[in-house]
Design a protein around this ligand. Structure first.
Ligand code: AGP
Length: 615
C-alpha cells in the first residue's frame, strides 16, 4: 500500500514530508522518494529500501523549497528500484507525480505516448500519468496543472490517488481521487496545507481535514483549497475535526504498535460502547445507523461482507444477530461477493466491516450492494474513509488508530459493535424482552474489565512462546461462537510469525485434519466453559491420543482441563455470547510473543499492507 505526503506553505517542505512518510511506514513499502520545487526547478531524490536510505540521500544532497510531494512505494508494476521509485517527472521536465493505485490501461497509454515520441524512464504504470498530464498541458490546458490533470485522468482506468506539481506553478499542489486506491486527505493549516494518503501522516500537524471522494480533485494552495469534480464543477466538502492525537498514534512505552494495541483493548472496547448504551433506560442507541423502526422490522436478511480478520469478526456477528434479532445472516468474503451475482433487494441489508474503510474488495462489495438496492451499512475505524462515507449508515469502531498490520483491537471492537447492532435490531424488531436486553447490556458493561483480566495471562503466554516458537505448524480448534476465534488465532500467528497455522471447527477434526496430528503440530484448543465444552474436551482427548501437544484456552477454576491438556491459558469466566472477545486475547498475545521470539518484523510483516487497496 503506497503512502503519499504533500506540503505547501512557508516552512521547508522536505522535513515535513519525510516525517509524514515515516508515519506511513506501517503500510509496507519497498522504495521511497521526494520532489521539491525551488527557484523554478523540480528537485527529486529517490532510493530503494527503507526511508532511512532516502533520508541519507536528502542529507547528502539537501532539498530547499516550501512545496513538495513524497511517496513510499509498494511495487505493483516495475521492480523495486531507484528508477521505478516515485516521484516521476514528465519528459519536458514541467510536471512531477506521485501515485497510489494501478493504471489498468497503462500498456495502451504507454504505446500511444511512445508513438508520439515520449521516452519513458521507468517500468511503472505511474509514469504514463505524468507524461499524459504534460501532453494535455501542451495541447489545450494552457499549461495549467489543474486543467491538464483533470483532462489527463479521464483517460485512466482503475482506481487512483494522484498528487501533481508543476514547475511553473509552485503556488499549488493538485490531488485527485478516483475509485478506492486509498484515501486522499487534505490537512488544513495556518498559511499552509497538507496532502496525505492517511491520517497518521499529518495528525501531528493538523486535525482539520477534508477527504476527497472518488471523482474529486483538489487544488491546494497555502491559503486556499479548491475542490471540484472531474467535470470541473466546484464541490464543497465537509471539514472533519479528527479526534485522534499524536500520542495515541505513537507506540508509547510499547516495543511495537501491535502490543500497544492489544493492551489498548479495555479502552477501545469502552470507547466503542460509549454513547451507544443508555444504561438508565436500558436501551441501545445507534443514531449514525439511520435505521428507522419500520425498516428494521421489514428486514428479511443481512449479508456481512469483509476480508481477513474483519471477515472472522463477521462470523461472530452472525451468532449475535441471528440469536438476538432473529434475522437471517450470511457472511461472505469481500473478494468473493461480487463474483457470485448475489441475490439482494431492498429488504436485505449489507454490512461491510472494515478497519481501514479502504479495502478495495470490501468497497467493491459495497458497490455491488448499492447497485442491487440493498440497504448499506458499515462498521469502520478510519474516520472519513470511503466505507464510512459510502454507507447509508455506519457504526464507528472508535478504537483509535490501529497501526500494526495485524488487526487486534479492531477485531474486538467490531465484534462489540455487532453485539450492539444485534441488540438495537432486537429492540426495534421486538425479539427480546426488556429483561433480556438488560442482561445483555450488563454483559457489555463487564467486557472491558474481563478483557483486562485476560491480558494478565501475558507472562504465562510468553513462557509458552519460549517453548513453541520453533514449531513449523499449528492447528487452532474452536467450536460454535468460538470457531471464528480459532480462525483469527491462526491468522494472527501466520501473518506475523510466518508459521503455517490453520483454524478449524473442532467437530471437523475427524473428517480429515486429525491425520495431521502428531508431536510436531501443537494444537491450540479454545475450551472455555460453554455449551460445547464437553465436545471440546473430547477433541482434546482425541488429539492427545495421537501424540498431539495441546494448549488449551480454558476458564479460570476449571482444574479438570489441566489433566487433559499439556498447557492451559486461563481466562476469566464469562457468558458464552461475549466469550470470543475474551478468548481471542491470549491468542493475540501468543502470536505476538512467538513472533518476537522469531525476530519477526511484527508491525510490518513481509508482503503485507495495513490496508489492501489493490485487488
Ligand atoms: C488482519 O490482521 C490482516 N491485517 C488483514 O486480514 C485485515 O483484517 C484485512 O486486510 C481487512 O482489512 P480491513 O478491516 O481494513 O478491511
Amino acid at each position: 500500500m503506497c503512502g503519499i505526503v504533500g506540503y505547501i506553505g512557508e516552512q521547508e517542505a522536505a522535513p515535513i514530508i519525510l516525517d509524514g512518510l515515516g508515519r506511513l511506514e506501517y503500510r509496507g513499502y519497498d522504495s521511497a522518494g521526494i520532489a521539491v520545487i525551488h527557484d523554478g526547478s523540480i528537485q527529486i531524490r529517490r532510493d530503494v529500501g527503507k526511508l532511512i536510505n532516502l533520508r541519507k540521500r536528502v542529507t547528502e544532497y539537501p532539498l530547499a523549497g516550501s512545496v513538495g510531494i513524497g511517496h513510499t512505494r509498494w511495487a505493483t508494476h516495475g521492480a523495486p528500484a531507484e528508477h521505478n521509485a516515485h516521484p516521476h517527472i514528465s519528459m519536458d521536465g514541467e510536471f512531477v507525480v506521485v501515485h497510489n493505485g494501478i493504471v489498468e490501461n497503462y500498456r495502451e497509454l504507454r504505446d500511444e505516448l511512445t508513438a508520439e515520441g515520449v521516452h519513458f524512464n521507468s517500468d511503472t504504470d505511474t509514469e504514463v500519468i505524468v507524461q499524459l498530464i504534460a501532453r494535455f498541458a501542451q495541447n489545450g490546458a494552457g499549461g495549467d496543472v489543474t486543467e491538464a490533470t483533470r483532462h489527463a485522468v479521464q483517460h485512466l482506468r482503475g482506481a487512483h490517488a494522484i498528487v501533481v506539481m508543476n514547475r511553473k506553478q509552485p503556488d499549488r499542489i493538485v490531488a485527485v481521487r478516483i475509485g478506492n486506491a486509498g484515501g486522499v486527505a487534505i490537512g488544513l493549516g495556518d498559511n499552509e496545507n497538507f496532502v496525505a494518503s492517511d491520517i497518521p501522516a499529518i495528525i501531528e500537524l493538523t486535525r482539520r481535514m477534508i477527504f476527497l471522494e472518488s471523482g474529486q480533485m483538489a487544488t491546494v494552495q497555502p491559503r486556499k483549497v479548491s475542490v471540484q469534480n472531474l467535470q470541473g464543477q466546484p464541490v464543497s466538502p465537509a471539514v472533519h475535526q479528527i479526534p485522534w492525537d499524536a500520542v495515541s498514534a505513537a507506540k508509547g512505552e510499547y516495543q511495537h504498535f501491535m502490543l500497544k494495541e492489544i493492551f489498548d483493548q479495555p479502552r477501545s472496547i469502552t470507547d466503542t460502547i460509549r454513547g451507544r448504551v443508555d444504561f438508565e433506560h436500558e436501551r441501545v442507541l445507534l443514531p449514525e445507523l439511520h435505521m428507522p423502526s419500520e425498516a428494521a422490522k421489514a428486514l428479511h436478511r443481512l449479508v456481512i461482507v469483509a476480508c481477513g480478520t474483519s471477515y472472522y469478526s463477521g462470523l461472530v456477528g452472525k451468532f449475535f444477530i441471528e440469536q438476538l434479532a432473529r434475522l437471517i445472516v450470511e457472511v461472505d468474503y469481500g473478494s468473493e461477493f461480487r463474483y457470485r451475482d448475489p441475490l439482494l433487494d431492498s429488504n436485505t441489508a449489507v454490512l461491510a466491516i472494515t478497519q481501514s474503510g479502504e479495502t478495495v474488495d470490501t468497497l467493491a462489495a459495497m458497490e455491488e450492494a448499492r447497485g442491487k438496492k440493498a440497504l448499506l451499512w458499515s462498521i469502520v475505524n478510519a474516520i472519513g474513509s470511503q466505507a464510512m462515507r459510502e454507507a447509508d449508515g455506519y457504526i464507528m469502531m472508535n478504537a483509535g488508530p490501529e497501526i500494526g498490520v495485524a488487526s487486534t483491537k479492531a477485531f474486538t471492537a467490531s465484534i462489540v459493535d455487532q453485539y450492539l447492532l444485534a441488540l438495537y435490531l432486537a429492540q426495534e424488531r421486538g425479539t427480546l424482552s426488556q429483561v433480556e436486553i438488560s442482561a445483555h447490556l450488563h454483559n457489555l458493561a463487564r467486557l472491558p474489565d474481563l478483557v483486562g483480566q485476560a491480558l494478565e495471562s501475558y507472562p504465562q503466554v510468553q513462557a509458552l512462546a519460549a517453548h513453541f516458537h520453533n514449531y513449523r505448524d499449528f492447528l487452532f480448534l474452536g467450536r460454535g461462537i468460538n470457531y471464528p476465534v480459532a480462525l483469527e488465532g491462526a491468522l494472527k500467528l501466520k501473518e506475523i510469525s510466518y508459521i503455517h497455522a490453520e483454524g478449524y471447527p473442532a467437530g471437523e477434526m475427524k473428517h480429515g485434519p486429525i491425520a495431521l496430528i502428531d508431536e510436531n503440530m501443537p494444537v491450540v484448543a479454545i475450551a472455555t466453559k460453554d455449551a460445547v465444552y464437553d465436545k471440546m474436551i473430547s477433541q482434546i482427548e482425541q488429539a492427545k491420543a495421537r501424540g498431539g501437544i495441546v494448549i488449551a484456552v480454558a476458564t479460570e477454576g476449571d482444574n479438570a482441563i489441566a489433566e487433559k491438556a499439556d498447557h492451559v491459558i486461563f481466562v476469566p469466566p464469562s457468558p458464552e455470547i461475549i466469550s470470543p472477545v475474551i478468548n481471542v486475547i491470549p491468542l493475540q498475545l501468543l502470536a505476538y510473543a512467538i513472533a518476537i521470539r522469531r525476530g519477526a518484523d511484527v508491525d510490518q510483516p513481509r508482503n503485507l499492507a495495513k490496508s489492501v487497496t489493490v485487488e
